[in-house]
Design a protein around this ligand. Structure first.
Ligand SMILES: [Zn+2]
Length: 142
């Protein structure tokens, strides 16, 4: 569902994403070949090993756990209100800051620690009417 919504649009930051041959958009980070640590956004050097040229691009897990969230009724950012945002912890130890979708009313549906899954979806529309595409998370049990 969300993939079709993402077909036409502008990626919020092209270095966060990779488009596979079948058109699927993945969120990608970099993994150190020496120690295995994954970074997002991608880094050119491992901060643990202090090695350059040992990083490879890897897709991030599409599932994680909800760490915290907030619900905003502030229209200033241009998102439809209310909107919910917060942090999801991925299995590779990366904490992603994200909007949440498909889970209204947020205060009833979102529970800290719950399993979440990533979708690629419209984040907002810019002043030129372009859809701006980013990752979001929604509860996995939907
Ligand atoms: Zn390393």
């Amino acid at each position: 569902m969300s993939m079709e919504r993402a077909d036409r649009g502008v990626l919020v930051d092209s270095k966060f994403f990779s488009r596979r041959e079948d058109g699927t958009i993945e969120v990608v980070g970099s993994r150190c070949r020496q120690c295995g640590r994954v970074f997002f956004p991608s880094k050119r050097a491992c901060m643990d090993c202090m090695l350059w040229d040992e990083m490879e691009q890897v897709p991030l897990s599409r599932r994680g756990k909800l760490v915290s969230y907030s619900v905003s009724h502030d229209p200033l950012r241009g998102f439809p209100i209310p909107y919910a945002f917060g942090y999801v912890m991925l299995p590779e130890g990366i904490m992603l800051y994200s909007l949440f979708t498909d889970c209204e009313p947020f205060e009833e549906r979102l529970k800290t620690g719950m399993d979440m899954e990533m979708v690629i979806d419209r984040m907002m529309t810019d002043r030129y009417e372009n859809d701006i595409i980013c990752y979001k998370f929604r509860p996995l049990d939907d």
